[in-house]
Design a binder for this molecule. Sequence first.
Ligand SMILES: Cc1cc2nc3c(=O)[nH]c(=O)nc-3n(C[C@H](O)[C@H](O)[C@H](O)COP(=O)(O)OP(=O)(O)OC[C@H]3O[C@@H](n4cnc5c(N)ncnc54)[C@H](O)[C@@H]3O)c2cc1C
Length: 493
Amino acid sequence: MNQHKTTTNKRFHDFIIIGTGASGSVLAHYLSSAGADVCLLEAGKHYRPDQFPPDELHANTELMWNGGIDPSTDARTVFLRGKVAGGGTIINNCLLDRFDDIALDDFRNQSGIDFYNRTTMDKHYQEVENHLNLEYIPESDWNGNAHLYAQGFDKLGLKRAALRRGQKGCCNNENDCLVCLGGCPRESKQSMAVSFLPSALAKGAVLKDQFHVQQIIHGHGHVSVFGIHKGEQQALHARKCILAAGSLGSTGLLLNSGFGDRLPALGHGFHCHPQFMTIALMNDNVDSHKGAFQALKSDDMRFRKQGFKLENVFAGPAGVALLKSGFGASHQQFMAEYRKMACIEVAVRDEVPGTIKVNNSGRLVIDKPLSDIDRQRAEAGKRQVRDIFHAVNARKIMESPLCIALHLMGGCNIGQQAANSVVNEGFHVHGFDNLAIADGSIYPMAPGINPSLTIMAQSHRASQSLLAEFGQSISESSPLSFVQNTEKEAVQS
Ligand SMILES: Cc1cc2nc3c(=O)[nH]c(=O)nc-3n(C[C@H](O)[C@H](O)[C@H](O)COP(=O)(O)OP(=O)(O)OC[C@H]3O[C@@H](n4cnc5c(N)ncnc54)[C@H](O)[C@@H]3O)c2cc1C
């Protein structure tokens, strides 16, 4: 850090938000709508929809941390997370589910935090859903993979349901929706890039992309944030700083800033919904890469109670190639049958948490071995998948050994006591009034349900709570003149 000259920005913001994903963009929207001076910092680039990388390999390297291959310490699990303005919502499939009562009750019991209840959370869900276009993909737009999934479920008498997706009328058999995972060029997927982020910017929030935050210092009445912006060391200051850097990002940043000494729970309670893909080779072309590549999910209470769910899913050729072990002729033969592949994924509701640490060079060390109970859940799910593929006359079934983790949660869990949690009911870091977090890192456990809608909903709640502290309430229609001190003195650093 010392070889660069530090530029100190004279402006003193009301809020600095680190990260622009499901949490950061929602927070920025509501805070700037109420008139607050908001500065968003994002390590990744801000892309226009027509600028997203053209193919899978470029998307992995340009839109994800470490090219999308962050491994666990035992190198058996790969963690994927977005590094781009819009965060994970740019590279995800935008399946937007509310938590069921099981997840809400478990969250409340585990954390002791009362707002995880149906009545309260439904208000926050409704509020954020008002800003998104949500659709179920009609049967007429299912691709071959979805049809096989439905046939297998129906033959075995298993309950299935349509997935709810944030999109605007794009997924049909004319379009190749796999490109969505590299950023949606059609502006259909309801990522932060087409929803909360542009509206926050329109309300006056400032975005500094390619700003890698390295350290946070909590002062009296303010927070100072240090990082590298496009190659230049910068220091910024605000009355409050909100970490919205995701489970790994927010936890890593607090650890690297020395907060671990005062927060014993920091880095503990890390969850990830371990996912396993099974590929079936069919006799005829399935063309799973065409049309909506995800449309259906399991809706069987037995699966929910057993701790897993099944989704119909697929991946681009580079992703599919990684799923199969081996090389040479057998691997080539396998890939040559890309058009004949059907695929179902098992996602486990993981019970035993892992830990996030940083090493001496500040790099993340993620310890998340698969526990016996998680392994049993995965096996139970894979057995169901085998039965489903046998029921639709699959010619060959290949279970991938790779464990993929897309839903990264915990590390700064919410709770009542500083001894066993990091963030309190008002979203403040225990003992640090000017630091708040509402992203996936505050989850007290795994929900077993797609996490991002609840991250948005709890971020809406956090924005209300933060505004109430400043004596303001949200009024999007008539923004308040929020503070009189945007010309405050710069903090000397
Ligand atoms: C391939 C894939 C598919 C998925 N599909 C779904 C789905 O269909 N439905 C669903 O609900 N969830 C899905 N998810 C998960 C979902 O995207 C995440 O749960 C969600 O985006 C997490 O929100 P967040 O705000 O906690 O963090 P993120 O959205 O990850 O945002 C964090 C942001 O902070 C930035 N950041 C981190 N560290 C720093 C730093 N030091 N300085 C500056 N910026 C920093 C990151 O670059 C990132 O942009 C998927 C994820 C992946 C990877």
